[in-house]
Write a protein that binds this ligand. Structure first.
Ligand SMILES: [Zn+2]
Length: 136
């Protein structure tokens, strides 16, 4: 009976760039087995440890780089945000509904409008009643 042939462990060799497989060779110091040399069968590239072998089979999860991840979706593009009703001078909020003072209709804060008019910045020094000359 023939000895069990070790299954080919397929890998993608980073040294030669080919689809290759792993060679395991016991390493000896004198007559003592000190470990295993893990090398590429095609080019002989030696891997320092199993952890750095790019296996092809499914026993190891494929490692994806950060770039492969879907990017978080930005909800609003900047220019869209700039035209949202909530930032519009005509946007009127009352306890029951939000409406557009220009079109006299109900709006959502996140609506955008072609007649968008930027809301003036909130007055912070309302105490004096004087317009702040340093504020645009
Ligand atoms: Zn190789």
């Amino acid at each position: 009976m023939k000895g069990r042939e070790p299954g080919k462990v397929e890998l993608r060799c980073p040294a030669c760039g080919r689809d290759s497989w792993l060679l395991r060779k016991p390493t000896y110091e004198g007559f003592t087995k000190t470990g295993e040399a893990l090398t590429c069968a095609l080019c002989g590239h030696e891997f320092a440890s199993e952890a750095e072998i790019p296996f092809k089979d499914s026993r190891k999860p494929q490692v994806f780089s950060e770039d492969d991840r879907p990017r978080p979706v930005k909800v609003f593009r900047e220019d869209e945000k700039g035209r949202m009703c909530r930032y519009c001078a005509e946007y009127v909020v009352n306890p029951f509904l939000q409406r557009c003072g220009l079109h006299h209709c109900e709006v959502q804060a996140t609506d955008t409008c072609p007649h968008f008019k930027p809301k003036p910045p909130p007055k912070e020094n309302a105490g004096t009643g004087e317009p702040n000359p340093f504020r645009l």
